[in-house]
Design a protein around this ligand. Structure first.
Ligand SMILES: [Zn+2]
Length: 417
């Protein structure tokens, strides 16, 4: 069994949003109470509490304290599960010790089986933009309007999670259990393969010569983000104005994140529709970032989100029953695609690859993507008959230039005399 999450944007009235916020605060308090109880237990008896003990403790707390009764009973139980898992991860050496949370850090509630109901389905939008709306009732919180933009198996939902992003947006996430064989099976041998080299200057260079410019969304909005960050640091921590500025900052970051995901999804669809096999480098992104010498380079690596890009590209292929082949990333940029010689002198600044052995000259990223294909077992043609060209048409990929997408109209020159 494997789980898949379906995330939908949700809208609510201001009152409901406020109720949600209050409930999150209560859940946060409950979490901290559990943490405190656990610490006391450990100091007294040198033992940790079991899952059942924690759940029982939640039940008792709910009986003693009216405040905790604001939460749906299963939601409160799930707070115990969450704490238990956090502590287990700490004990297994996978995470840091669970810390006391502040309410602006506690942002989601989970309804395990009951306490939620979908109703009032109706169509919305026209043509391509067609989707469904539904009304979701979360027990003890209220009603949300969901934009259900994709089909999901409602009868197999095992959890419903409501998440309040720090930007103020609300999302509802349905967790569905799926069997492994859900995907389409691949049909025979893959016929067309594509190698994709990821980079900072060009986000992705395909072995067919097409490339995608790196839009660097974070770097582009960096100035405004820095101003906001500075403003935030001048506010009193956790004050009303601090929270307001925090929300504005989160909105900016969320926009950047959405932009990236959108672009990656579109690139993935483009590739998966044309090719049967995707060859990628098996990058150690974290190591790459740690190796980054300058601050700018590290930021650009973060900004390019290779891990997410890779995950989303892979997903588009796997979803269609197609193959993904990660190959070792070692020396891909330095290896000659034609003869396999290694150009040791190649630096990060060199945009063109020149082979010292056979004299082959090609664009650096294009060479790397062809090397990837070769490593995956594809026989190289004697002369790669490809030329570099940007992926058209960029507007459909959602890429906007900094100064507006369209060609700017020059103002008519003012003539004297
Ligand atoms: Zn060569």
């Amino acid at each position: 069994m494997r789980v898949r999450a379906y995330r939908f944007r949700a809208y609510s009235s201001k009152t409901t949003a406020r109720v949600l916020e209050t409930q999150l605060e209560v859940a946060c308090k409950l979490y901290n109470t559990l943490l405190h109880a656990e610490q006391e237990e450990y100091e007294k008896n040198k033992r940790t509490m079991s899952m059942n003990e924690l759940r029982q403790l939640v039940l008792d707390l709910r009986k003693q304290n009216k405040e905790f009764q604001a939460l749906h009973s299963q939601v409160a139980q799930q707070v115990a599960d969450r704490f238990y898992e956090a502590r287990q991860r700490f004990l297994d050496g996978l995470a840091n010790k669970p810390k006391k949370k502040r309410s602006h850090q506690y942002l989601s509630l989970v309804y395990p089986q009951s306490g939620w109901k979908l109703s009032n389905w109706r169509e919305a939008g026209r043509g391509k933009n067609k989707k469904r709306r539904a009304r979701l009732r979360l027990s003890k919180i209220g009603f949300f309007t969901l934009i259900v933009h994709r089909v999901f198996p409602l009868e197999r939902v095992s959890q419903v999670c409501v998440k309040l992003n720090s930007s103020g947006r609300i999302y509802i996430i349905f967790v569905v259990e799926e069997s492994e064989v859900g995907e389409q099976q691949s049909e025979g041998e893959p016929k067309k393969a594509v190698g994709v080299d990821l980079g900072i200057t060009r986000l992705a260079t395909l072995s067919d010569g097409r490339y995608l410019e790196n839009p660097k969304p974070l770097e582009r909005s960096l100035e405004r983000i820095m101003v906001l960050q500075r403003t935030l640091s001048r506010k009193k921590f956790l004050s009303k104005n601090w929270l307001k500025t925090k929300r504005r900052l989160a909105k900016k970051h969320e926009h950047i994140k959405d932009f990236r995901r959108d672009l990656f999804f579109k690139l993935g669809v483009l590739l998966a529709q044309e090719y049967d096999l995707l060859v990628l480098e098996d990058l150690n992104v974290q190591g790459l970032i740690q190796k980054g010498v300058t601050r700018t380079r590290r930021m650009r690596l973060h900004d390019s989100s290779f891990s997410e890009l890779r995950a989303l590209l892979e997903w588009q292929f796997v979803k269609r029953g197609k193959l993904v082949l990660p190959v070792p990333a070692y020396n891909t940029s330095r290896e000659c695609f034609l003869c396999g010689g290694i150009n040791k002198g190649l630096t990060l600044e060199d945009r063109v690859f020149h082979c010292p052995y056979c004299g082959f000259t090609l664009d650096r990223d294009l060479n790397a993507s062809l090397v990837l294909l070769r490593r995956a077992g594809w026989v190289p043609p004697s002369v790669p008959a490809v030329e570099l060209r940007p992926i058209p048409p960029l507007p459909s990929l959602g890429l906007k230039r900094r100064h507006g997408g369209a060609v700017r109209q020059e103002a008519p020159a003012f003539r004297r005399g």
